[in-house]
Design a protein around this ligand. Structure first.
Ligand code: HEM
Length: 381
């Protein structure tokens, strides 16, 4: 191990955005108390993400589709699955997302504190996603409860508890799948279309369908809720920006502003890799078989690339924005996430005349291993 890599770093109880801001100027790489080599700088994260041959995604002992796959098998799954998440395939769902968002905003109590994460983001995520996947509404309450359980388990760091929560989620998915049959027609619901997917000519395995749905919903539900917290906090604390959006902006401009707010505070912290060979990064020798973490939150605030990371510059920073990753594993759900977040922000602004932090209750930051805000109390008028 190289002498200039700090070792045994523990982020427990810390706000990861603040903590990595402290570490990054002096250290591009640190080693944490989980024996992971954590890449903090933008250039290092980018390099590892683009070198899938040296940085394998098979970092979990459980099969994860497509997240944990490498090489040709990974490409085959992405080729088969990405069309289900394309702009064309999503177009028919946009009016549904708009209706879900408008109904949610209309139901928000006026003049009473609302948590933007739990009381807006999580509810929207579950309702929009159930509609997208064609899942019955009675599953929604169980999914909302599951998001809470999942965060509690992740925060606890207790692996047995995390496993139990994952199994609970699989039970929900298996129930949803019971009695369904594959249907590739364009007007079939997305779950039936997924069951009809073929991989290299063979029908997708049932366990792989469960894994894909776990990764889609895991990517969507928690992230959309956390992204909502970041976006609402960003708008509630920037009256001029909020006023600009209220006066009307194009989808392209709104999406760019959302991406930039998420760059400044990426709630999707990082992803794991394992080295397939010895790798030299930033003058540091990382051995084969080492656990590596790509820290998106830190990379997205690297002052070498973004200058003052808190200053918003949507156009200037867009080419370097890593909120949705980069390389072979770049987020296939980006278009869906962008549409959902845009729709929710539009509905929030169209359905209210004011959106402000509730002065009577402080927003609370998440702590490791979760990012963004735990709660953002707001008042809408
Ligand atoms: C809400 C905001 C979201 C953020 C910030 C986000 C971020 C990311 C990032 C950074 C990666 C790269 C992972 C890596 O390199 O290992 C990723 C991958 C992935 N995301 Fe998202 N994501 C979001 C929403 C979604 C949605 C809505 C879906 C699907 C419905 C989704 C599904 C996935 C999947 C399946 C992968 C793994 C892709 C692969 O390994 O090939 N994500 N996401």
């Amino acid at each position: 191990m190289s002498f200039h890599v700090p070792d045994g770093i523990s982020p427990a109880g810390r706000d990861l955005r603040e903590y990595t801001d402290e570490l990054r100027p002096a250290h591009g790489i640190v080693r944490n108390d989980r024996d992971e080599w954590v890449l903090l700088r933008h250039d290092l994260v980018r390099r590892a993400a683009l070198d899938a041959a040296s940085f394998s995604s098979a970092a979990s002992r459980f099969r994860q589709v497509p997240n944990g796959l490498d090489g040709a098998e990974h490409s085959a799954f992405r080729e088969a699955l990405d069309p289900l998440l394309s702009a064309g395939a999503l177009a028919r769902h946009v009016p549904v997302f708009e209706r879900v968002a408008a109904e949610l905003v209309a139901s928000l109590p006026r003049g009473t504190s609302i948590d933007a994460v739990g009381g807006i983001g999580a509810l929207f995520a579950v309702r929009a996603q159930s509609a997208w996947l064609g899942w019955p509404t009675d599953v929604e309450d169980r999914l909302v409860a599951w998001i809470g359980e999942n965060y509690a388990a992740t925060r606890s760091g207790d692996l047995a508890r995390t496993r139990q929560v994952a199994e609970h989620f699989d039970d929900i998915i298996r129930e949803v799948l019971a009695g369904r049959s594959p249907d590739a027609s364009p007007d079939a619901d997305v779950t039936d279309q997924l069951l009809a997917v073929t991989i290299d000519g063979a029908p997708i395995a049932h366990d792989d369908v469960v894994s894909v749905l776990r990764n889609w919903t895991g990517g969507d539900l928690g992230s959309i809720a956390l992204c909502t917290g970041v976006l609402v906090h960003g708008l509630a604390t920037a009256p001029a920006l909020q006023a600009r959006l209220r006066s009307g902006v194009s989808d392209v401009e709104l999406d760019a502003i959302c991406d930039e707010l998420l760059r400044r505070d990426s709630p999707f912290i990082g992803n794991r890799r394992v080295t397939t060979c010895p790798v030299e990064l930033d003058g540091v020798q990382i051995p084969a078989g080492a656990k590596v973490k790509l820290h998106w939150t830190s990379a997205n605030r690297d002052e070498n690339v973004f200058g003052d990371p808190d200053v918003l510059d949507a156009a200037g920073n867009a080419p370097h924005n890593l909120v949705y990753g980069i390389g072979a594993h770049v987020c296939p759900g980006r278009t869906l996430a962008t549409i959902e977040l845009r729709t929710l922000v539009r509905a929030l602004l169209a359905g209210t005349s004011t959106l402000a932090l509730d002065d009577a209750a402080e927003p609370v930051r998440e702590v490791a291993p979760v990012g963004g805000w735990a709660s953002v109390p707001v008042l809408v008028g």
